[in-house]
Design a binder for this molecule. Structure first.
Ligand SMILES: Cc1ncc(COP(=O)(O)O)c(C=O)c1O
Length: 417
C-alpha cells in the first residue's frame, strides 16, 4: 500500500486507524505454506489479530485456527471454521470455557496441566463422551535466538517433559479422555531458520518417543513455529529457503514414521505483522526543554508494542510521515495519554512534520490493538480497515464515546442514603 492509498484511507475513515493489506496476508500465508512439506497444515494463531474478517480470510486460504479463550473460539466459529479445524490452547482455561470447547467438539483441547485434564474428564463424563486431548509439553530445550522463550525454562505453559511418566499414569485413570497428540511451542519471533528447523526436529523426536513409550496413536502433532518478522534495523529476514530445504531433509527422515499423523505449525505474527499499518495524526507539534514532540491522536493505548510495552529492548517500529520527505529531525512521537510511557517513537528521525500530518507505523498487523490497554483514558478504539485491489472494507467500526458505557451500571442512588 503506498502513501496515497494510506492517506485516502486516513481521510475516509479518520484517524487513528489500522489498515491491513490483504495481498500481503495472502503472500505471507502462501510463503509459509510453500516452505513446509505439502502435507503440513497451518493453524492461524488468532491471538495475533482476532478480527472475524481476518479469520474468514485465513479460512478461505485453507488454514485451520488456534484459539486461546472462549471469546476466540466463538469468533472462530462465527468466522465459519468447522470445529474439526479448531484447537484450544491456554494455560488458564476456565471450567466454562472447557465445557464450551467440549460441547463444540473441537479437534483438540491442548492440556497444560493435570488439573485441567481432570476438569475435562469430569465434563466429558457428565455428557457420556470421550474427548480428544493433546498434551502441551514444556520440553527441556528451547528455540535458540527467539524473542521470547516459551519452553526449556520454568513457565506456566505446558507440562514438564520429565513429568510425562506420572502424567500418562494419571491419564490412564481418566477414562473419558483420549490422548491424540502432542503440542510444543518453543518461542516467538525467531529469525534464524536453522534454529527453527533444529527445534522442530527436537519436537518430532520427543513426540515420537513419547507416543512410543506411552503407547498412544500420535494422530496430531503441533510443532509450534515462532516464525519471526524483521521489525528493527538489525533484524534479519527469516530465510524461508533455508527453512524449506533444511526442514525438507529433516522431514525425509521422519515422514514414514509420521504417515498417520496430521502435522501442523502455528503462526500469528509471521502471517499478519507485515500486512498492517497504524495511522495516527499529528495533533500538535511542540518543543520541551530542547526535545521535539509530535503529539498524535493515538498512541500506546492502541499500539502498546510500538511503545515498548511488554518488550525488553527499546527500539522503534519502522515509521514514516505520509507523503513527506526532505529535512529530517529527531523527534519523540507520543500519543494523547497522560503518562510519560505513551511514546510510540523515541528519538526517531522523521521529516519535519506539522499538525495534520499522518504518522504511519509499519508492520503493525499483529499484536496491535488487542494487545493494548484500549480502555485507558477512554479514547474511542480505532477503526480497522482491510484493503484489497483498490477497495477498502471496514472490519471493525471506530468506537464512539458512548461505547465506553457498554455494560456499565450507574451507582444505586440509594446506596449512600
Ligand atoms: C501457544 C502459542 N501458539 C502460537 C503463538 C503465536 O506466536 P507467533 O505470533 O509468534 O506466531 C503463541 C504466541 O505467544 C503461543 O503462545
Amino acid at each position: 500500500m503506498n502513501d496515497n492509498i494510506l492517506n485516502d484511507i486516513a481521510t475516509e475513515y479518520g484517524t487513528p486507524v489500522y489498515v491491513y493489506d490483504t495481498e500481503k496476508i495472502i503472500s505471507q500465508y502462501t510463503l509459509l505454506k510453500n516452505s513446509l512439506p505439502q502435507e503440513f497444515g497451518i493453524f492461524y494463531s488468532m491471538k495475533a489479530n482476532p478480527l472475524v474478517g481476518i479469520c474468514q480470510l485465513f479460512k478461505k486460504l485453507g488454514s485451520c485456527i488456534e484459539t486461546a479463550s472462549s471469546g476466540e473460539l466463538h469468533a472462530a466459529l462465527s468466522a465459519g471454521f468447522s470445529p474439526d479445524k479448531i484447537i484450544f490452547t491456554s494455560p488458564g482455561k476456565t471450567y466454562d470455557e472447557l465445557e464450551y470447547a467440549v460441547e463444540t467438539d473441537i479437534y483438540s483441547i491442548n492440556i497444560e496441566s493435570l488439573d485441567e485434564a481432570e476438569a475435562i474428564n469430569k465434563i466429558a463424563a457428565k455428557i457420556g463422551r470421550v474427548v480428544d486431548i493433546s498434551i502441551r509439553i514444556n520440553p527441556d530445550f528451547d528455540i535458540a535466538g527467539s524473542g521470547i522463550k516459551m519452553s526449556g525454562v520454568a513457565s506456566q505453559f505446558g507440562i514438564d517433559q520429565i513429568h510425562m511418566e506420572s502424567v500418562f499414569k494419571e491419564l490412564k485413570t481418566l477414562t473419558n479422555l483420549k490422548v491424540i497428540g502432542i503440542h510444543i511451542y518453543t518461542g516467538t519471533q525467531a529469525l534464524n531458520a536453522h534454529s527453527i528447523v533444529q527445534s522442530m526436529e527436537q519436537i518430532i523426536q520427543l513426540a515420537l518417543e513419547t507416543s512410543e513409550k506411552y503407547c498412544f496413536n500420535l494422530r496430531f502433532l503441533n510443532l509450534g513455529g515462532g516464525f519471526g518478522v524483521p521489525y528493527f534495523k538489525d533484524d534479519s529476514t527469516l530465510d524461508m529457503d533455508i527453512l524449506r530445504n533444511e526442514f525438507g531433509q529433516v522431514w525425509d527422515k521422519y515422514k514414514d514414521r509420521l504417515s498417520d499423523t496430521q502435522v501442523f505449525v502455528e503462526s500469528g505474527r509471521f502471517l499478519m505483522a507485515e500486512s498492517g499499518t497504524y495511522l495516527t495524526k499529528v495533533l500538535y507539534r511542540k518543543e520541551c526543554k530542547g526535545r521535539k514532540y509530535l503529539v498524535c491522536d493515538g498512541g500506546s493505548n492502541q499500539h502498546a508494542s510500538s511503545a515498548f510495552l511488554g518488550r525488553h529492548i527499546r527500539n522503534n517500529f519502522p515509521m514514516h510521515i505520509l507523503n513527506k520527505s526532505g529535512y529530517e529531525e529527531p523527534v519523540n512521537v507520543v500519543g494523547p495519554l497522560c503518562t510519560p510511557t505513551d511514546v510510540i517513537g523515541q528519538n526517531v528521525t522523521l521529516p519535519e512534520a506539522v499538525a495534520g500530518d499522518v504518522v504511519a507505523i509499519e508492520k503493525s498487523g499483529a499484536y496491535g490493538i488487542t494487545q493494548s490497554p484500549g480502555l485507558f483514558l477512554s479514547h474511542p478504539l480505532p477503526a480497522e480497515v482491510q484493503y484489497y485491489k483498490g477497495k477498502t472494507y471496514i472490519l471493525r467500526e471506530r468506537w464512539e464515546k458512548e461505547d465506553f458505557m457498554l455494560r456499565q451500571r450507574p451507582l444505586d442512588i440509594n446506596l449512600l442514603k
